[in-house]
Design a protein around this ligand. Sequence first.
Ligand SMILES: *Cc1c(COP(=O)(O)O)cnc(C)c1O
Length: 468
Amino acid sequence: MNTALNLAYHAARAWIDGLDDRSVAATAGLSDLKQCFAGPLPPDGSSAQDVIRALVRDADAGMHGSAGGRFFAWVIGGGLESALAADWLVATWDQNAALYSASPASAVIEETAGEWIKELLDLPRDASFAFTSGCQMAHMTSLAAARAALLKRVGWSVEEDGLFGAPEIRVLTSDQRHVTIDRAVRFLGIGHNAIEQLKTDGDGRVSPAVLDGALSENSTPTILVLNAADLNIGACDPFKDLIPMAHSAGAWVHIDGAFGLFARASRTYRHLLDGVETADSWATDGHKWLNVPFDCGIAVVADRNAHRTAMTSNASYVAPVTIARDQLDWNPEYSRRARGVPVYAALKELGRNGVEALVDRCCAHCASIVEGIGKLPGAEILARPTLNQGLLRFVRPGASPGENDVFTDETIQRINATGEAFFSGTTWRSRRAMRVSVVNWRTSDQDVKRAIAAATSVLKSEAATPVD
Ligand SMILES: *Cc1c(COP(=O)(O)O)cnc(C)c1O
């Protein structure tokens, strides 16, 4: 039966089965892709089968194999089988998971998934939560709650009166923060100028002395944003020291734990995040270390009232219920897909022990890649992973730092061009570096060997080429 759905199923199966053999990097360029997809709006339609056949045929070469085990750029997970299958069902059921009354099963499954996440990450069990589109929107949701709570304390209702004429808020945050913090601050009308950057120490962490200095400067209502694993080296701020200081100064503490919060599931790594549970809000992702398909962030907020105040909506026709959880009381969207369902599936497939094994395995693989490439002639280790993130740099004898920046970027490009592994570059302490980020459940020992072999062959051929 060649229905569009069957075609899509077979294409999906072939995609997954082919991940080991295809080039990890997309092989089609912009002009190839434009040739396939750009053009005028068709005046008449075509059959659903033809649409899917053409999509499968034309999109393939323009896709990175990021769902596979040798994609180490940025922080991108793959889809666990149960989570991917559940995601298909979510699309198929096509529920509006805004309210219990609009999709009873979705509401209950998402509520359970949220409770399980708090348990897994060992966050306060009475905290509220929301499944958002990503960590970006989880920051926005959490910081909207922070804004509501801080301004309420000084007698201002931002929900009623907006921000024109409101008391100021300042945002203290690490110089190693992710850019989504700045965007959330901007979306919330607080503005970039309210951000005060805290200088990190040699380990990439905000020190108590630096925080103390910033807190004692003035008494403006303050949001402190800390890293539960920064994007370059996975550094976690010293929560046990910083959070009590911030709280005694009346600050709201928000945690960016996009991937790092999942280290809480590992007995080996959770000590890196000791004390993080005493913060006021946490943002993380399902689509990174938990390996559910994209479109899944998670906000958790200790002050349920502040969270609800910031997000709830009342309209006469929505029939709110008091017996069940309505997602729109906690989420910034209105109509929405039940993106907590793949989280439920992933947690059920893995269980607590499976998440722990996934975290431990990724960290071990990251260490093996960093050590394996780091010992090659022409490579240097900039940051050994303490978690699942490490940094390498490529250098030529006698070259200037600037020349080695260029050489590092070129080497990354050449490794990616082998199709055997895919890495991204970053600027860290003013130098270009290659990031090694491992969060995919599929990454195996064999994948690690192939990635190191790809770097070996590129560095060998570069060594044979004279410096110009
Ligand atoms: C990926 C990432 C984000 C942003 O998450 P999205 O899901 O892309 O919105 C924020 N912070 C850190 C540390 C990240 O790694």
